[in-house]
Design a protein around this ligand. Sequence first.
Ligand SMILES: [Zn+2]
Length: 299
Amino acid sequence: MRSTACAAALALTAACALPADAQPPAAPLPDAPVSAFLDQCEGKEEWNDPAPPFHIYGNTYGVGTCGLNALLVIDPEGLVLVDVGTQEGAKLVADNIRRLGFQLSDVKWIVASHEHWDHVGGVAEMQQLTGAKVAALASAKDAFEKGRHNPIDPQGDAEFPKIRVDRVLNDGDTVSVGANVLTVHATPAHSPGSSSWTWQSCEGKACKTIAYADSATTISSDDYRFSDHPDYVANVWRGLDAIAALPCDILITPHPSASAMGERLASGKLEDKATCRSYAPDAKARFAKRLESEKNKPE
Ligand SMILES: [Zn+2]
């Protein structure tokens, strides 16, 4: 993989040619200031509000919109894209990958948080644009391939373009490109196929664990009672426990507002253990409240 700058230099001067036994220098990481993201997204959090790419830490960048995260993890051997967003947003994410100096064909794997249209609606198009493979948990595969949420999922029924799943994952499996290793964690709280991802990003010898923890909200259509579905409720608790157990230095969530990402970026404290620690317990408290309120509702 060659950055656009290097490719241009190569065309002019052959500056990128190396002796056969030399290691290519690590490509400089692209410049993508957080300030540009904050400026453009001030007062905007719609799912398709365009945002510039921004640097998170080490080789990890945000390439989504103002209202939905998509992350790019960079290695000289290729890129991993984590979430795409809506179908309409796919072209915005593609633009951001190019703005960072990459070609879309540099994306080798696409992985995702969960099987709802706001996070995977753009995956099929991105698959076409990049030629990348898609890896998904077994618990999300059917929904991806059918282009609709799992029938046991209590949330609304919205379809999305069908996704070709190239590799089926189990809890704890990894997806790697070059030195990057992303681990998937089954966290079935917000949806049955909910997936959280963790990986290490380093700046020099300072390595941090990025936790892309899936949505932890437990919402449903109006007439649904979680209490009527004890197996589903058990899975939700299991998912919230799994989120609580994620290794985490820097928490990023599919919906930026779910973990106050804008505020943390603005204060320069994206790395914040308190946010890592409170994310799952807050969600557990909300779910307990929901179950409690169902006791007072007629069946
Ligand atoms: Zn969702």
